[in-house]
Design a protein around this ligand. Structure first.
Ligand SMILES: Cc1cc2nc3c(=O)[nH]c(=O)nc-3n(C[C@H](O)[C@H](O)[C@H](O)COP(=O)(O)OP(=O)(O)OC[C@H]3O[C@@H](n4cnc5c(N)ncnc54)[C@H](O)[C@@H]3O)c2cc1C
Length: 404
């Protein structure tokens, strides 16, 4: 479609915007996605060495919209999670067998995730993917939205969705304010290949500089998410491969045998932000456009997937009843569904970061004892596992693995 009308206009074809497009199209709505990058750049192997933890319920939603098969071969199942505090012998261990016979989640390389979602969008005739393209002007009236693109095309829709990431131009252009807290830390990400198998165990070690995660990918490979002070992260990434690998090996330890780097390494500045409201006139914010959090719990994208599952459900329900899908009532229902869950996760990730980066002796002792105490309490362990798997709360149909 060059110019034209559709039901929903989505700015941003990343994982969150792309999954929303696929879900709405599956339910019979027409969608236009405007994405600034070319699909080739977004899905190029190694373009972003981030390994993304996909929760059990997010995996169900990705499967329900038909995008899982395209990434399954690259995904590593998380069977166990082991949480440790620096060199303390006390630890917390989650075993998937305590909650069922399925993995707790999966680790997927970011480019594979993006590529599979892009392919899913491109295969659907109800989705028009305009990429590369950018919205120059977005007008939202009481009857519809109209977007003028930089290349002169015009798109009209009943509802606009901002899925254009943490620096969302759509959100800012609509005057929706965000609150931001800078962590002065960066997350170094890279992929390693190793001599010994990981056995599906995800390791989260709280080092003095911040959390250090080793995440099981398919085969004998793992994704690293390593938090460091921002200036140090830049300096570490600037080291040559041998020196960087030496620093990395010191933190990984010897349990995976010999390790080597696969591809590039990046460092992402970490911050916390949330929009004062997730909705405006005929506009909804989803994913990082609405909220961003510390990757300490691997929940940023999972929260975005929860957003789009709720939004898809309220929009599809309204469409089936012949109601206006961009009306204030529909958008209010979306905001009510998502607001509390989002604020809770932002609070939890922020508190975890503060607690585990605190070097004061009594605090350190208390948290180590806390880890060990939870480890000895099966009901507490199961409660936390169900949260990490995304099974807590009022789940939209997609998160239960049903069609939108
Ligand atoms: C180090 C690190 C590790 C992480 N690990 C995890 C994890 O394990 N699990 C997890 O759930 N989350 C994790 N996250 C968070 C996760 O990466 C994000 O929450 C997720 O990428 C958000 O997806 P999104 O689609 O909302 O935004 P993005 O991924 O930022 O996608 C936005 C899209 O919009 C496009 N765009 C930007 N501007 C415009 C515009 N003006 N017009 C049109 N298009 C535009 C971009 O090109 C992009 O394709 C991690 C984050 C970091 C930094």
């Amino acid at each position: 479609m060059a110019d034209g009308d559709c039901d929903v206009l989505i700015a941003g074809g990343g994982p969150v915007g792309g999954l929303l497009a696929a879900a709405l199209a599956q339910a019979g709505l027409t969608v236009t996605v405007v994405e600034v990058a070319t699909p080739e750049v977004l899905g190029r192997p190694g373009a972003d060495p981030r390994a993304i933890a996909v929760s059990y319920s997010s995996r169900r939603a990705i499967g329900a919209v038909g995008a899982w098969d395209g990434m399954a071969a690259a995904a590593g199942a998380i069977l166990d999670i082991r949480v440790t505090d620096a060199s303390s012998p006390l630890f917390l261990h989650y075993d998937h067998r305590e909650v069922g016979d399925h993995p707790l989640g999966w680790i997927v390389p970011a480019p594979d995730l993006r590529r599979a979602i892009l392919e899913r969008m491109r295969a659907d005739p109800a989705v028009s993917l305009l990429a590369p393209a950018r919205i120059r002007r977005l007008e939202r009236s009481s009857r519809r939205v109209e977007a003028e693109l930089e290349d002169g095309r015009t798109v009209r829709a009943a509802l606009a969705v901002a899925a254009d990431g943490r620096d969302s131009a759509t959100r800012d252009g609509a005057g929706l304010r965000i609150i931001r807290r800078d962590y002065a830390e960066s997350g170094i990400v890279c992929v390693i290949a190793h001599q010994h198998p990981h056995h599906g165990v995800a390791h989260e070690c709280f080092l003095p500089a911040g959390p250090f995660a080793i995440l099981p990918l398919a085969g004998d490979r793992s994704g690293i998410v390593w938090t460091e002070r921002r200036d140090l992260a830049a300096a570490l990434c600037g080291l040559d491969d041998e020196a960087f690998l030496a620093e990395l090996s010191r933190r990984v330890g010897g349990f995976l045998g010999e390790i080597r780097l696969e591809g590039a390494r990046f460092h992402h500045p970490l911050s916390l932000h949330w929009a004062e409201t997730m909705i405006g006139r005929r506009l909804a914010l989803v994913g990082d456009a609405a909220h961003g959090m510390h990757p300490i719990a691997g929940q940023g994208m999972n929260m975005g997937i929860r957003d789009i599952c709720a939004l898809a459900e309220v929009v599809v329900d309204a469409a089936r009843l012949g109601l206006d899908i961009g009306s204030a009532d529909v958008l209010e229902r979306y905001q009510r569904w998502r607001r509390f869950d989002t604020m809770l996760m932002l609070g939890v990730t922020d508190s975890l970061d503060r607690l585990f980066s605190n070097a004061i002796g009594p605090v350190r002792l208390a948290r180590r004892l806390g880890l060990a105490a939870v480890n000895r309490l099966p009901p507490a362990r199961r409660f936390l596992m169900r949260h990490a798997m995304g099974l807590a709360g009022d789940l939209p149909r997609l998160l239960r693995g049903q069609r939108p």
